[in-house]
Design a protein around this ligand. Structure first.
Ligand SMILES: Cc1cc2nc3c(=O)[nH]c(=O)nc-3n(C[C@H](O)[C@H](O)[C@H](O)COP(=O)(O)OP(=O)(O)OC[C@H]3O[C@@H](n4cnc5c(N)ncnc54)[C@H](O)[C@@H]3O)c2cc1C
Length: 399
Protein backbone atom coordinates (compact mmCIF):
# COMPACT_ATOMS: atom_id res chain seq x y z
CA UNK A 1 0.00 0.00 0.00
CA UNK A 2 1.27 3.50 -0.83
CA UNK A 3 0.55 6.61 1.22
CA UNK A 4 -0.54 9.28 -1.25
CA UNK A 5 0.79 12.85 -1.21
CA UNK A 6 -1.75 15.62 -1.72
CA UNK A 7 -1.40 19.35 -2.55
CA UNK A 8 1.51 20.46 -0.39
CA UNK A 9 1.31 17.60 2.12
CA UNK A 10 3.74 14.65 2.23
CA UNK A 11 2.49 11.74 4.35
CA UNK A 12 5.05 9.33 5.74
CA UNK A 13 5.17 6.56 8.34
CA UNK A 14 8.21 8.02 10.03
CA UNK A 15 9.89 11.43 9.99
CA UNK A 16 13.47 11.29 11.26
CA UNK A 17 14.86 14.60 12.50
CA UNK A 18 18.65 14.73 12.26
CA UNK A 19 21.11 13.14 9.85
CA UNK A 20 24.02 12.02 12.01
CA UNK A 21 24.90 8.33 12.27
CA UNK A 22 21.76 7.60 14.32
CA UNK A 23 19.30 9.13 11.85
CA UNK A 24 20.99 7.78 8.73
CA UNK A 25 21.39 4.22 10.05
CA UNK A 26 17.75 4.24 11.14
CA UNK A 27 16.60 5.58 7.77
CA UNK A 28 18.39 2.75 5.98
CA UNK A 29 16.96 0.12 8.29
CA UNK A 30 13.38 1.39 8.13
CA UNK A 31 13.35 1.84 4.36
CA UNK A 32 14.72 -1.66 3.87
CA UNK A 33 11.83 -2.93 6.01
CA UNK A 34 9.39 -1.09 3.75
CA UNK A 35 8.59 1.93 5.92
CA UNK A 36 7.87 5.22 4.21
CA UNK A 37 10.54 7.22 6.05
CA UNK A 38 11.85 10.72 5.44
CA UNK A 39 14.95 12.27 7.07
CA UNK A 40 15.11 16.02 7.68
CA UNK A 41 18.48 17.68 8.34
CA UNK A 42 18.97 21.38 9.03
CA UNK A 43 22.78 21.60 8.57
CA UNK A 44 25.26 19.23 6.99
CA UNK A 45 24.92 15.49 7.69
CA UNK A 46 26.82 14.55 10.85
CA UNK A 47 27.25 18.13 12.07
CA UNK A 48 27.67 18.02 15.83
CA UNK A 49 29.12 14.76 17.01
CA UNK A 50 29.40 12.19 14.23
CA UNK A 51 31.87 14.09 12.05
CA UNK A 52 34.01 14.76 15.16
CA UNK A 53 33.98 11.12 16.25
CA UNK A 54 37.22 9.14 16.21
CA UNK A 55 35.39 6.39 14.33
CA UNK A 56 36.41 3.58 16.68
CA UNK A 57 33.95 0.69 16.72
CA UNK A 58 34.35 -0.19 20.37
CA UNK A 59 34.15 -3.77 21.59
CA UNK A 60 34.15 -2.84 25.26
CA UNK A 61 37.86 -2.82 26.12
CA UNK A 62 37.97 0.89 26.88
CA UNK A 63 34.97 0.53 29.19
CA UNK A 64 36.55 -2.25 31.20
CA UNK A 65 39.67 -0.54 32.43
CA UNK A 66 38.24 -0.50 35.91
CA UNK A 67 38.59 -4.27 35.87
CA UNK A 68 34.97 -5.41 35.69
CA UNK A 69 32.88 -5.95 32.62
CA UNK A 70 30.00 -3.52 33.03
CA UNK A 71 26.75 -3.11 31.13
CA UNK A 72 28.46 -0.92 28.50
CA UNK A 73 31.10 -3.48 27.68
CA UNK A 74 28.54 -6.27 27.37
CA UNK A 75 26.29 -4.18 25.15
CA UNK A 76 28.99 -3.20 22.68
CA UNK A 77 30.77 -6.56 22.64
CA UNK A 78 28.90 -7.72 19.54
CA UNK A 79 29.25 -4.45 17.64
CA UNK A 80 32.72 -4.93 16.03
CA UNK A 81 31.54 -8.16 14.38
CA UNK A 82 28.34 -6.49 13.13
CA UNK A 83 30.24 -3.52 11.68
CA UNK A 84 32.95 -5.78 10.20
CA UNK A 85 30.28 -7.72 8.31
CA UNK A 86 29.04 -4.40 6.88
CA UNK A 87 32.60 -3.26 6.09
CA UNK A 88 33.10 -6.51 4.13
CA UNK A 89 29.82 -6.13 2.25
CA UNK A 90 28.15 -9.01 4.09
CA UNK A 91 26.08 -7.16 6.69
CA UNK A 92 22.80 -5.28 6.87
CA UNK A 93 24.45 -2.26 5.17
CA UNK A 94 27.17 -2.46 2.54
CA UNK A 95 29.98 -0.25 3.87
CA UNK A 96 32.81 -1.56 1.69
CA UNK A 97 35.34 1.24 1.30
CA UNK A 98 34.69 2.86 4.70
CA UNK A 99 37.32 0.95 6.71
CA UNK A 100 40.10 3.22 7.97
CA UNK A 101 42.02 0.67 10.04
CA UNK A 102 41.47 -2.96 10.98
CA UNK A 103 42.45 -2.66 14.64
CA UNK A 104 42.76 -0.30 17.55
CA UNK A 105 45.72 -1.10 19.82
CA UNK A 106 45.89 -0.92 23.59
CA UNK A 107 49.30 0.24 24.77
CA UNK A 108 50.62 0.10 28.32
CA UNK A 109 53.88 1.82 29.02
CA UNK A 110 54.51 -0.04 32.26
CA UNK A 111 54.03 -3.73 32.47
CA UNK A 112 52.17 -5.16 34.17
CA UNK A 113 50.25 -2.16 35.45
CA UNK A 114 47.65 -2.84 38.10
CA UNK A 115 44.94 -1.63 35.72
CA UNK A 116 45.91 -4.16 33.12
CA UNK A 117 46.07 -7.06 35.53
CA UNK A 118 42.48 -6.44 36.63
CA UNK A 119 41.48 -5.85 33.07
CA UNK A 120 42.83 -9.12 31.74
CA UNK A 121 41.08 -11.07 34.43
CA UNK A 122 38.02 -10.57 32.24
CA UNK A 123 37.32 -13.54 30.00
CA UNK A 124 35.14 -11.47 27.69
CA UNK A 125 37.99 -9.10 26.95
CA UNK A 126 40.65 -11.77 26.62
CA UNK A 127 38.67 -13.14 23.69
CA UNK A 128 38.74 -9.75 21.97
CA UNK A 129 42.44 -9.02 22.05
CA UNK A 130 45.79 -10.41 21.23
CA UNK A 131 49.15 -9.47 22.72
CA UNK A 132 51.47 -8.31 19.98
CA UNK A 133 54.26 -6.37 21.63
CA UNK A 134 56.46 -6.79 24.65
CA UNK A 135 59.88 -8.04 25.58
CA UNK A 136 61.21 -10.10 22.67
CA UNK A 137 58.30 -9.16 20.40
CA UNK A 138 58.62 -6.59 17.65
CA UNK A 139 55.20 -6.57 16.04
CA UNK A 140 54.13 -3.25 17.50
CA UNK A 141 51.99 -1.03 15.28
CA UNK A 142 54.39 0.36 12.61
CA UNK A 143 54.28 3.95 13.93
CA UNK A 144 55.88 2.74 17.15
CA UNK A 145 58.88 1.06 15.51
CA UNK A 146 60.95 4.22 15.62
CA UNK A 147 59.22 5.89 18.54
CA UNK A 148 61.15 4.22 21.37
CA UNK A 149 57.92 2.91 22.84
CA UNK A 150 58.63 0.63 25.78
CA UNK A 151 55.73 -1.37 27.06
CA UNK A 152 53.17 -3.92 26.02
CA UNK A 153 50.78 -3.74 23.10
CA UNK A 154 47.52 -5.57 22.57
CA UNK A 155 45.60 -5.64 19.33
CA UNK A 156 41.90 -5.08 20.00
CA UNK A 157 39.15 -6.42 17.81
CA UNK A 158 37.96 -2.86 17.10
CA UNK A 159 37.90 -1.57 13.52
CA UNK A 160 38.05 2.16 12.82
CA UNK A 161 35.75 3.65 10.19
CA UNK A 162 36.07 6.73 8.06
CA UNK A 163 32.94 8.45 9.33
CA UNK A 164 32.48 10.85 6.41
CA UNK A 165 32.53 7.88 4.03
CA UNK A 166 29.98 6.03 6.16
CA UNK A 167 27.70 9.10 6.18
CA UNK A 168 28.09 9.60 2.41
CA UNK A 169 27.38 5.92 1.64
CA UNK A 170 24.23 5.92 3.72
CA UNK A 171 23.06 9.24 2.30
CA UNK A 172 23.73 8.30 -1.34
CA UNK A 173 21.45 5.28 -1.02
CA UNK A 174 18.53 7.35 0.22
CA UNK A 175 18.94 10.68 -1.55
CA UNK A 176 15.24 10.76 -2.45
CA UNK A 177 14.30 10.48 1.24
CA UNK A 178 16.70 13.04 2.77
CA UNK A 179 15.90 16.75 2.70
CA UNK A 180 17.55 19.94 3.86
CA UNK A 181 15.44 22.20 6.01
CA UNK A 182 16.11 25.89 6.45
CA UNK A 183 16.43 25.98 10.22
CA UNK A 184 15.71 23.28 12.80
CA UNK A 185 12.70 21.10 12.03
CA UNK A 186 10.16 21.13 14.87
CA UNK A 187 6.77 19.38 14.89
CA UNK A 188 3.74 21.50 15.66
CA UNK A 189 1.09 20.48 18.21
CA UNK A 190 -0.66 18.14 15.75
CA UNK A 191 2.63 16.45 14.77
CA UNK A 192 2.96 18.14 11.35
CA UNK A 193 6.38 19.47 10.35
CA UNK A 194 6.64 22.45 8.03
CA UNK A 195 9.51 22.00 5.64
CA UNK A 196 11.00 25.29 4.49
CA UNK A 197 13.73 26.29 2.10
CA UNK A 198 14.31 29.72 0.50
CA UNK A 199 14.25 28.20 -2.99
CA UNK A 200 10.98 26.27 -2.58
CA UNK A 201 7.37 26.78 -1.49
CA UNK A 202 6.85 25.34 2.00
CA UNK A 203 5.63 21.75 2.34
CA UNK A 204 3.89 20.02 5.21
CA UNK A 205 5.19 16.62 6.33
CA UNK A 206 2.62 14.52 8.18
CA UNK A 207 4.25 11.52 9.85
CA UNK A 208 2.55 8.70 11.75
CA UNK A 209 5.54 8.85 14.09
CA UNK A 210 8.49 11.25 14.53
CA UNK A 211 11.95 10.22 15.70
CA UNK A 212 14.30 12.89 16.97
CA UNK A 213 17.83 11.61 16.29
CA UNK A 214 19.18 15.12 16.51
CA UNK A 215 21.90 14.78 19.17
CA UNK A 216 22.01 18.07 21.07
CA UNK A 217 19.05 19.17 18.91
CA UNK A 218 16.80 16.78 20.86
CA UNK A 219 16.60 19.61 23.35
CA UNK A 220 13.74 20.92 21.17
CA UNK A 221 11.60 18.36 23.01
CA UNK A 222 11.06 19.73 26.53
CA UNK A 223 10.37 16.26 27.97
CA UNK A 224 13.54 14.67 26.52
CA UNK A 225 16.12 15.29 29.27
CA UNK A 226 19.63 15.29 27.89
CA UNK A 227 23.14 15.85 29.18
CA UNK A 228 26.04 17.42 27.32
CA UNK A 229 29.53 16.18 28.20
CA UNK A 230 32.28 18.32 26.68
CA UNK A 231 35.63 17.27 25.23
CA UNK A 232 38.66 19.39 24.29
CA UNK A 233 40.08 17.49 21.32
CA UNK A 234 43.57 18.01 19.88
CA UNK A 235 44.87 17.69 16.31
CA UNK A 236 48.52 17.22 15.38
CA UNK A 237 50.01 17.45 11.90
CA UNK A 238 53.31 18.15 10.18
CA UNK A 239 56.80 16.79 9.79
CA UNK A 240 57.84 14.38 12.48
CA UNK A 241 54.59 12.41 12.89
CA UNK A 242 55.81 8.83 13.07
CA UNK A 243 53.06 7.44 10.74
CA UNK A 244 49.50 6.25 11.28
CA UNK A 245 48.60 5.10 14.79
CA UNK A 246 45.30 3.86 16.19
CA UNK A 247 45.76 3.27 19.91
CA UNK A 248 44.58 3.79 23.46
CA UNK A 249 47.44 4.49 25.88
CA UNK A 250 46.43 3.05 29.23
CA UNK A 251 47.18 5.09 32.33
CA UNK A 252 46.16 4.71 35.94
CA UNK A 253 42.56 5.74 35.51
CA UNK A 254 39.62 3.93 33.97
CA UNK A 255 39.72 6.27 30.95
CA UNK A 256 42.65 5.77 28.54
CA UNK A 257 45.09 8.62 29.18
CA UNK A 258 45.32 9.22 25.44
CA UNK A 259 43.37 7.85 22.47
CA UNK A 260 45.00 8.38 19.08
CA UNK A 261 43.43 7.90 15.66
CA UNK A 262 44.96 8.96 12.35
CA UNK A 263 43.26 10.62 9.40
CA UNK A 264 44.17 12.17 6.09
CA UNK A 265 43.36 15.84 5.57
CA UNK A 266 42.06 17.33 2.32
CA UNK A 267 45.68 17.87 1.18
CA UNK A 268 46.56 14.23 1.75
CA UNK A 269 48.62 14.87 4.89
CA UNK A 270 48.38 12.75 8.02
CA UNK A 271 46.70 14.17 11.10
CA UNK A 272 46.78 12.58 14.53
CA UNK A 273 43.50 13.08 16.37
CA UNK A 274 43.87 12.98 20.17
CA UNK A 275 41.10 12.17 22.61
CA UNK A 276 40.73 10.08 25.78
CA UNK A 277 41.75 11.48 29.18
CA UNK A 278 43.60 14.36 27.51
CA UNK A 279 40.33 15.59 25.97
CA UNK A 280 38.19 14.93 29.08
CA UNK A 281 40.55 16.67 31.51
CA UNK A 282 41.29 19.33 28.88
CA UNK A 283 37.87 20.97 29.18
CA UNK A 284 39.35 22.80 32.17
CA UNK A 285 42.25 24.11 30.05
CA UNK A 286 42.30 26.92 27.49
CA UNK A 287 43.79 26.34 24.04
CA UNK A 288 47.47 27.14 24.83
CA UNK A 289 47.33 25.06 28.03
CA UNK A 290 45.71 22.15 26.19
CA UNK A 291 48.42 22.24 23.49
CA UNK A 292 51.11 22.27 26.18
CA UNK A 293 49.41 19.32 27.88
CA UNK A 294 49.23 17.41 24.59
CA UNK A 295 52.89 18.06 23.84
CA UNK A 296 53.86 16.87 27.34
CA UNK A 297 51.77 13.73 26.98
CA UNK A 298 53.20 12.83 23.58
CA UNK A 299 56.77 13.50 24.72
CA UNK A 300 56.24 11.24 27.74
CA UNK A 301 54.61 8.40 25.85
CA UNK A 302 56.77 8.51 22.69
CA UNK A 303 60.01 10.17 23.83
CA UNK A 304 62.17 9.61 20.77
CA UNK A 305 59.76 11.36 18.35
CA UNK A 306 60.81 14.90 17.42
CA UNK A 307 57.59 16.80 18.09
CA UNK A 308 59.20 20.21 17.49
CA UNK A 309 58.19 20.29 13.84
CA UNK A 310 54.54 19.39 14.43
CA UNK A 311 51.64 21.83 14.53
CA UNK A 312 48.74 21.61 16.97
CA UNK A 313 45.10 22.75 16.88
CA UNK A 314 42.29 22.19 19.38
CA UNK A 315 38.51 22.50 19.46
CA UNK A 316 35.74 21.70 21.90
CA UNK A 317 32.70 19.57 21.18
CA UNK A 318 29.92 18.19 23.36
CA UNK A 319 28.68 14.63 23.54
CA UNK A 320 24.87 14.64 23.68
CA UNK A 321 23.30 11.80 25.62
CA UNK A 322 20.19 10.98 27.62
CA UNK A 323 20.43 12.47 31.12
CA UNK A 324 21.88 10.05 33.68
CA UNK A 325 22.12 10.27 37.47
CA UNK A 326 25.51 11.80 38.25
CA UNK A 327 26.02 12.70 34.60
CA UNK A 328 27.70 9.38 33.82
CA UNK A 329 27.73 7.93 30.29
CA UNK A 330 24.60 5.83 29.61
CA UNK A 331 25.48 2.13 29.24
CA UNK A 332 23.81 1.84 25.86
CA UNK A 333 21.54 3.59 23.39
CA UNK A 334 18.56 5.38 24.94
CA UNK A 335 15.16 6.27 23.60
CA UNK A 336 12.29 7.96 25.33
CA UNK A 337 8.83 8.64 24.03
CA UNK A 338 5.94 11.03 24.36
CA UNK A 339 3.01 9.67 22.39
CA UNK A 340 4.18 9.24 18.82
CA UNK A 341 7.34 11.31 19.18
CA UNK A 342 10.53 9.48 20.14
CA UNK A 343 13.82 11.06 21.22
CA UNK A 344 16.83 8.82 20.61
CA UNK A 345 20.56 8.88 21.33
CA UNK A 346 22.96 6.10 20.28
CA UNK A 347 25.40 7.15 23.08
CA UNK A 348 28.21 5.94 20.78
CA UNK A 349 28.56 5.80 17.00
CA UNK A 350 29.27 2.10 17.58
CA UNK A 351 25.73 1.54 18.89
CA UNK A 352 23.75 3.19 16.08
CA UNK A 353 22.70 -0.29 14.78
CA UNK A 354 21.38 -1.27 18.24
CA UNK A 355 19.43 1.98 18.49
CA UNK A 356 17.86 1.42 15.05
CA UNK A 357 16.79 -2.08 16.10
CA UNK A 358 15.20 -0.77 19.31
CA UNK A 359 13.33 1.96 17.42
CA UNK A 360 12.00 -0.52 14.90
CA UNK A 361 10.65 -2.65 17.77
CA UNK A 362 9.02 0.42 19.32
CA UNK A 363 7.31 1.27 16.02
CA UNK A 364 5.87 -2.25 16.05
CA UNK A 365 4.44 -1.77 19.55
CA UNK A 366 2.97 1.60 18.48
CA UNK A 367 1.20 -0.12 15.60
CA UNK A 368 3.09 1.84 12.92
CA UNK A 369 3.13 -0.56 9.96
CA UNK A 370 5.35 -0.23 6.87
CA UNK A 371 3.74 1.47 3.87
CA UNK A 372 5.46 3.02 0.88
CA UNK A 373 5.44 6.82 0.90
CA UNK A 374 4.92 8.97 -2.15
CA UNK A 375 7.88 11.38 -2.07
CA UNK A 376 7.35 12.92 -5.52
CA UNK A 377 6.55 16.34 -4.05
CA UNK A 378 10.12 16.38 -2.76
CA UNK A 379 11.71 15.88 -6.16
CA UNK A 380 14.25 18.67 -6.65
CA UNK A 381 14.16 19.66 -2.98
CA UNK A 382 17.70 20.68 -1.76
CA UNK A 383 19.65 17.84 -0.13
CA UNK A 384 22.21 18.28 2.69
CA UNK A 385 25.89 17.61 2.10
CA UNK A 386 28.15 15.68 4.43
CA UNK A 387 29.83 17.76 7.19
CA UNK A 388 33.49 18.78 7.00
CA UNK A 389 36.05 17.00 9.16
CA UNK A 390 37.44 19.09 12.05
CA UNK A 391 40.97 18.95 10.56
CA UNK A 392 39.71 20.47 7.29
CA UNK A 393 37.83 23.34 8.93
CA UNK A 394 39.08 26.74 7.87
CA UNK A 395 38.38 28.35 11.23
CA UNK A 396 40.92 26.14 13.06
CA UNK A 397 44.03 27.87 14.36
CA UNK A 398 47.22 25.78 13.95
CA UNK A 399 50.40 26.61 15.84
C1 LIG B 1 35.01 14.00 19.93
C2 LIG B 1 34.14 12.79 19.90
C3 LIG B 1 34.70 11.54 19.59
C4 LIG B 1 33.90 10.40 19.56
N1 LIG B 1 34.47 9.20 19.20
C5 LIG B 1 33.70 8.11 19.13
C6 LIG B 1 34.28 6.87 18.70
O1 LIG B 1 35.46 6.78 18.38
N2 LIG B 1 33.45 5.79 18.64
C7 LIG B 1 32.14 5.85 18.99
O2 LIG B 1 31.46 4.83 18.93
N3 LIG B 1 31.54 7.03 19.35
C8 LIG B 1 32.30 8.14 19.43
N4 LIG B 1 31.74 9.34 19.79
C9 LIG B 1 30.29 9.40 20.06
C10 LIG B 1 29.54 9.52 18.73
O3 LIG B 1 30.16 10.46 17.91
C11 LIG B 1 28.09 9.92 18.97
O4 LIG B 1 27.49 9.05 19.91
C12 LIG B 1 27.27 9.84 17.69
O5 LIG B 1 27.96 10.40 16.61
C13 LIG B 1 25.95 10.58 17.89
O6 LIG B 1 25.28 10.56 16.65
P1 LIG B 1 23.85 11.25 16.45
O7 LIG B 1 23.43 10.92 15.08
O8 LIG B 1 22.97 10.89 17.59
O9 LIG B 1 24.12 12.81 16.65
P2 LIG B 1 24.91 13.91 15.77
O10 LIG B 1 26.08 13.31 15.10
O11 LIG B 1 25.17 15.04 16.71
O12 LIG B 1 23.89 14.31 14.64
C14 LIG B 1 22.73 15.09 14.90
C15 LIG B 1 22.25 15.71 13.60
O13 LIG B 1 20.99 16.29 13.81
C16 LIG B 1 20.96 17.55 13.16
N5 LIG B 1 19.92 18.36 13.82
C17 LIG B 1 19.91 18.80 15.10
N6 LIG B 1 18.75 19.41 15.37
C18 LIG B 1 17.99 19.36 14.24
C19 LIG B 1 16.67 19.81 13.90
N7 LIG B 1 15.83 20.37 14.80
N8 LIG B 1 16.24 19.64 12.62
C20 LIG B 1 17.01 19.01 11.71
N9 LIG B 1 18.25 18.54 11.99
C21 LIG B 1 18.73 18.70 13.25
C22 LIG B 1 22.38 18.08 13.31
O14 LIG B 1 22.67 19.09 12.36
C23 LIG B 1 23.18 16.81 13.08
O15 LIG B 1 23.47 16.58 11.73
C24 LIG B 1 32.52 10.50 19.83
C25 LIG B 1 31.94 11.75 20.14
C26 LIG B 1 32.74 12.89 20.15
C27 LIG B 1 32.09 14.21 20.44
Amino acid sequence: MTIKASNNVVRVDVAIIGGGIAGLWLLDRLRKKGYGALLIESERLGTGQTICSQGIIHGGAKYSLRGSVGESAKMVATMPALWRRCLHGEGEIDLRGALLAEYQYLLATRSPSSRLVAFFASKLLRSQMERVGGVGMNDYPPALHHAAFHGTAYRLDEPIVDVATVLAMLADRHRDAIVLSDGPAVPSGDGAITLRHPERPALIVRPACTIFAAGAGNTALPWAALQLRPLHMVLVRGLGLPGPLFAHFVGNSDVPRLTVTTHCDANGHLVWYLGGGLAEDGVERDRPEQIRAARRELATLLPSVDWSRTQFATFTVKRAEALQPGGVRPPGPVLCRDGRVIAAWPTKLTMAPLLAEQIEQTLGTLGVRPRLADLRLLMGWPRPEVAIYPWDREDLEWS
